[in-house]
Write a protein that binds this ligand. Structure first.
Ligand SMILES: Nc1ncnc2c1ncn2[C@@H]1O[C@H](COP(=O)(O)OP(=O)(O)O)[C@@H](O)[C@H]1O
Ligand SMILES: [Mg+2]
Length: 430
């Protein structure tokens, strides 16, 4: 039995040894990390690999250059790369304002990634630790004991009652003085905020980020967006900070996506392999979304295990596809599919027509994944689907997904907000 998780994962990739490709982006990360000023902003579609890149930025910031070596970019590193202590926080939809985000940061008790762990405090015991197995790289601080009083403020960092922004500033300043400089002799603190797009009202955040960014304090934000305006609301306020740091994560080129399968074979120590044809087909259907490659790869290994095989043949792959067609493989995607179509064959057909629109419709690079209702209308007529205008609204309704979103600036053009869902619909049978 081969454990599929050894080669494939649907989790964010933290280990640089499992991170594939993205050479150009790694190059941008090196630049962004080594410029003393400026904000890092990682943006792109869902499932494209943003969070994984953000975790790699964290590793690099800590001085772990495994990925840079793998990417063959060591010669582009400065002689003395800037090094950081890091904070990593994933936002969630419960946070609606900037104030709430700062308050969460000030109270986050995560012992490896939280801000609070770094605030000097008598009641807590912290040790240096390595985030990867290799000795001496990627060292950071970890709390081993929060002490009896736990997370109370300390004599070093002043909590200002009723003023979250000021408390946050005090915390960060005391971290810079006591941990970054005195204790670990780093250049700065790096505060990484993932899922930044879910915060509804972020107007005040732009100005906090702007006023606090300095050679000692760098922010990195990450989230879904077509462009930076989507990610940072008052993007003008931070525009100058973004000169070096805007990092757009796009679907992977096919060669890189193939790299994920090859990397997996290596991680399995060649005890599980894919036939070449199968590899190309997986890459074809995944359209550069690493999430999909990982998902299908894992299913293939599971299926091969069931059949006691160590090579994923065309037959095994065909039976994996069969399971997907009938909705048996991915409960979450299948749930989304059922919710979207809501017991209507007409709507099901419409969803498939939309998902199946060939990529040639993509006029510009950024249009990949968009669908054009006009063309679908004609096909629908040919197929005798009636009441198109009554079938469509549910697909656009947030209560049922939404499977599709309208592009406000472009009437008649729609987008699958979750590209992986679109890929799934294409494989699903109706
Ligand atoms: N560079 C990469 N190499 C291999 N797998 C990747 C890479 N980037 C992302 N993945 C895989 O893709 C999936 C989605 O990645 P994630 O970083 O969570 O995307 P996002 O944050 O954009 O939604 C995960 O299963 C992850 O394992
Ligand atoms: Mg993510």
């Amino acid at each position: 039995m081969i454990d599929p998780e050894v080669g494939f994962t649907s989790d964010v990739i933290r280990d640089p040894k499992r991170f594939v490709g993205r050479t150009e982006l790694v190059r941008s990360c090196i630049k962004a990390l080594n410029s003393p000023l400026g904000l890092i902003a990682v943006y792109g579609k869902r499932g494209v690999g943003k969070s994984s890149l953000l975790r790699q930025i964290q590793q690099m910031a800590l001085g772990d250059h495994t990925l840079v070596q793998h990417a063959g970019l060591m010669h582009e590193m400065p002689d003395k790369p800037r090094s950081y202590l890091t904070v990593y926080y994933s936002c969630d939809t419960m946070i609606t304002t900037g104030e709430q985000l700062l308050s969460r940061l000030c109270n986050d008790q995560d012992d490896e990634d939280g801000l609070l762990r770094l605030v000097p405090n008598d009641g807590k015991e912290i040790v240096e630790f390595n985030r990867t197995k290799e000795v001496g790289v990627g060292a950071d601080l970890k709390v081993v004991n929060w002490g009896t009083k736990g997370i109370e403020s300390s004599k070093y960092a002043r909590v200002v009652p009723g003023d979250t922004a000021q408390t946050f500033r005090n915390f960060v300043n005391s971290i810079v003085t006591h941990q970054v400089k005195k204790r670990l002799h780093r250049d700065a603190i790096l505060i990484l905020l993932d899922e930044f797009d879910v915060i509804k009202h972020k107007t005040d955040l732009g100005s906090v980020i702007k006023s606090m960014s300095s050679p000692d304090v760098k922010f990195g934000i990450c989230g879904i967006g077509h462009d930076l305006v989507d990610l940072v609301e008052d993007h003008a306020s931070v525009e100058r900070l973004l000169e070096q740091g805007a990092i757009h994560v796009k679907p992977m080129p096919h060669a890189e996506a193939l790299g994920i399968l090859e990397r997996a074979e290596r991680l399995f120590s060649d005890r599980m392999r894919f036939e070449d044809d199968v590899k190309s087909q997986i890459i074809e259907i995944s359209e550069g979304y690493p999430y999909f490659v990982q998902l299908i790869g894992k299913e293939c290994v599971t299926k091969a295990n069931e059949q006691n095989a160590d090579i994923i043949s065309k037959d095994i792959y065909a039976s994996v596809l069969d399971d997907i067609k009938t909705g048996q493989s991915f409960p979450t995607l299948e749930g989304a599919y059922q919710r979207a179509i809501g017991n209507s064959e007409g709507r099901q057909l419409l969803l498939h027509l939309l998902a199946d629109q060939p990529e040639e419709n993509a006029v510009f690079d950024e249009d990949v994944g968009r669908v054009f209702l006009r063309q679908v209308r004609k096909e629908a007529e040919d197929l005798d689907i009636q009441y198109l205008d009554q079938l469509l609204p549910r697909l656009l309704d947030a209560k049922y997904g939404p499977a599709l979103t309208r592009l406000p600036e472009k009437p008649g053009i729609y987008e699958f907000p979750n590209p992986v869902f679109r890929l799934y619909v294409r494989l699903r049978h109706f």
